[in-house]
Ligand binder design. Structure first.
Ligand code: PLP
Length: 397
């Protein structure tokens, strides 16, 4: 007997194809703009100094036992302060249910499973476009998905009117999956005023905002500013949920460390909600990994290391922001056209507006990115930015 004869090969992840092409290219000056991880100005991966110091401090730690189902309590407490603010009454009043998660992906999956279990039939609204895994996560958790307008190709900016219309048209009590900052893949975020309007409308309609915050601090360089959307929604009286990830902002990609949280109306509700989050975790992976939780708690729990982390995350954000300026300036001086969207957008990615034909033409020049024209700004350096700008101009003009 053959149990798996009917299993068809899954569609390939688009990013894998880009990486394979890049690796197979013998050109020593090839440029990889597909990668979703930070690189320094020499194109190398980075381990933050605050993390190196935390590693030293936890080295030889005697504790290698299982964490509880909800993870390391101290880690969750630090994470909530970071996302919601140290003095937020929800934080100080113990009204936020939270568990340590397997990074941002794991938080999103816990949310999707939680929705499926406790709000059956509710729909999740997802931006067009979005990080492609959002579709996999909520789809696999069997939550009904809808989309809402977000990006306007003509302006390469936010489709604010379309977004507001879709929020207004959605059935009351729907769930909206919002990118807290540094929208992936477009790099387009609402302004603070636009967030205020979105929040008001969503409150009127009784929708639930769930914030995927995979880039706190990494977008603007300021952790407080990058969490402003959450603050705005909370001040309008929303109940909110949040997925935090320390992959990008602390460079802990492979440690799979994040936090999943839902605000509650009182402490009793918090206890019940958290117990059900743990129940889902128990059946899925039992308990989360230890190392990343110790690292993050060590960094956030020591004022000096925390200050160092703030400086380092700002350093990463600033390098990316300066590469946006350099790319725009190079493109504009070569082409004479406006490339303002390159600097208007924020975060790891630039949605360049190039088509898949343009991207194919760039492969011929040993420059690699996903076919939707998304440039990982982390791959741009002072050494390759001019070459990149010339190539982009050549294929688009
Ligand atoms: N959400 C968004 C919008 C992302 O861009 C990413 C990573 O690319 C994630 C979540 C999850 O990343 P991780 O699971 O590595 O924290």
């Amino acid at each position: 007997v053959d149990f798996w004869a009917d299993v068809e090969e899954a569609p390939r992840d688009p990013i894998l194809g880009v990486t394979e092409k890049f690796l197979a290219d013998p050109n020593p000056n090839k440029i990889n703009l597909g990668v979703g991880a930070y690189r320094d100005d020499d194109g190398n991966p980075v381990v933050l100094d605050c993390v190196r110091e935390a590693e030293k401090r936890i080295m030889g730690s005697k504790f290698m036992e299982y964490l509880p189902m909800g993870g390391f309590k101290e880690f969750c407490d630090h994470s909530l302060k970071l996302a919601y603010g140290e003095t937020n009454p929800l934080v100080t009043g113990n009204k936020i249910a939270a568990v340590q998660s397997l990074s941002g992906t794991g938080s999103c999956r816990l949310m999707a499973d939680f929705m499926h279990k406790f709000k059956p039939g509710a729909k999740v609204y997802i931006t067009v476009p979005t990080w492609s895994n959002h579709h996999n996560i909520w789809g696999d958790a069997r939550v009904e998905k809808e989309t809402f307008r977000y990006y306007k190709p003509e302006t390469r900016g936010l489709d604010f009117d379309g977004m507001m219309e879709d929020i207004a048209a959605a059935e009351g009590g729907s769930f909206f999956l919002l990118h807290a900052c540094a929208h992936n893949p477009t790099g387009v975020d609402p302004t603070a005023d636009q967030w205020r309007e979105i929040s008001k409308l969503m409150r009127e309609k009784g929708h639930f905002p769930f914030f995927d915050m995979a880039y706190q601090g990494f977008a603007s360089g300021d952790c407080v500013r990058d969490a402003q959307a959450i603050e705005i929604f909370l001040s309008d009286g929303h109940m909110v949920g949040c997925s935090q990830s320390y992959a990008k902002n602390m460079g802990l990609y492979g440690q799979r460390i994040g936090c999943f949280s839902l605000t509650c109306n009182n402490e009793q509700e918090k206890i019940a909600v958290e117990s059900q989050m743990k129940r889902i975790a128990r059946a899925t992976y039992s308990n989360p990994p230890l190392h990343g939780a110790l690292l993050v708690s060590t960094v956030l729990g020591d004022p000096e290391l925390k200050a160092l982390w703030y400086k380092e995350v700002k350093g990463m954000a600033d390098r990316i922001i300066s590469m946006r300026t350099a790319l725009r300036n190079n493109l504009e001086s070569i082409s004479g056209d406006s490339w303002q969207h390159v600097t208007d957008q924020i975060g790891m990615f630039c949605f360049s507006g190039m088509t898949s034909e343009h991207v194919d033409a760039l492969y011929e020049k040993s420059i690699y990115m996903t076919s939707n024209g998304r440039i990982s700004m982390a791959g741009v350096t002072t050494k390759n930015v001019e070459t990149l700008a010339k190539a982009m101009h050549e294929v688009t003009s």
